[in-house]
Design a binder for this molecule. Structure first.
Ligand SMILES: [Fe+2]
Ligand SMILES: [Fe+2]
Length: 252
């Protein structure tokens, strides 16, 4: 499938497209490091939040521990600055099968989708590290932008609505990332552009997985809730933003 076809449902799902002013900032040479570092962190966070969801809602303690052990070397690299990033490719594997806990209303379907998603996000994380190495971008810690927090504060506090909302937020983050990779690709050099295009396919599937899971878990029609989060998301993208990051708003 050509990527224009992948993007069509994404562009329909998102209530606005990325402002040109953001693209102009993002393709500047001096912003390459913030874009790459923030992208790197987004990949880790995508893996962490998917893992948090299955640990909280779906698996027994033993499976939860195996999941944590899988993520650990990736987190150690970022949070403790320990380990050689080149070793991480070989560490992206689960040593045990992950099974639903006995009283979980969420079954193997959610677990399998999320485990695949985590594996892909950790692979992307590794690929961003490779790119950073090639472009001579050194990792340094940066502050998170307002985007994810700006959506998560609208998440309901009771179940299953809280989980449904988190899955919808996950879908928006994936979809927006996908849209931005496609916007950036034609303006950056070939190596980076090809990498962004290679991410579209999996991120497009991730957004659909999140939505399908949200609808599966909800005992109500989620259409209305999707459009509420769509409005919140569009506002975060279109309104002026002092901060410049991968998911920031219109550069102020
Ligand atoms: Fe990713
Ligand atoms: Fe993703």
């Amino acid at each position: 499938m050509p990527h224009s076809q992948l993007l069509e449902p994404i562009n329909n799902f998102l209530q606005c497209s990325t402002p040109e002013q953001w693209v102009e900032q993002a393709i500047k040479k001096e912003n390459l490091s913030v874009i790459l570092i923030d992208h790197l962190i987004c990949e880790l966070k995508a893996a962490q939040s998917a893992m948090f969801l299955i640990r909280k809602y779906a698996v027994d303690k033993e499976s939860g521990d195996a999941l944590l052990a899988w993520l650990k070397p990736f987190e150690t690299l970022i949070y403790k600055r320990e380990g050689d990033w080149r070793d991480l490719a070989a560490k992206n594997k689960l040593t045990k099968s992950i099974i639903p806990k006995s009283n979980s209303p969420y079954g193997q379907g959610l677990i399998d989708k999320m485990v695949l998603l985590i594996k892909e996000e950790l692979h992307h994380f590794y690929q961003v590290l490779e790119i950073m190495d090639e472009y001579g971008v050194e990792y340094q810690s940066i502050t998170p932008c307002r985007y994810a927090k700006g959506m998560l504060r609208h998440v309901k506090t009771f179940e299953p609505n809280a989980l449904v909302d988190k899955l919808i937020v996950g879908a928006y983050i994936e979809a927006r990332s996908c849209e931005r990779f496609a916007k950036l690709a034609p303006h950056v050099d070939k190596r980076l552009g090809d990498f962004y295009i290679s991410l579209l396919r999996s991120e497009a599937r991730h957004y659909q997985d999140y939505l399908a899971l949200a609808q599966e878990i909800a005992n109500f029609d989620i259409t209305e809730r999707i459009s509420e989060f769509g409005k919140i998301e569009a506002k975060l993208i279109l309104s002026a933003d002092e901060d410049f990051k991968f998911h920031s708003g219109t550069p102020a």
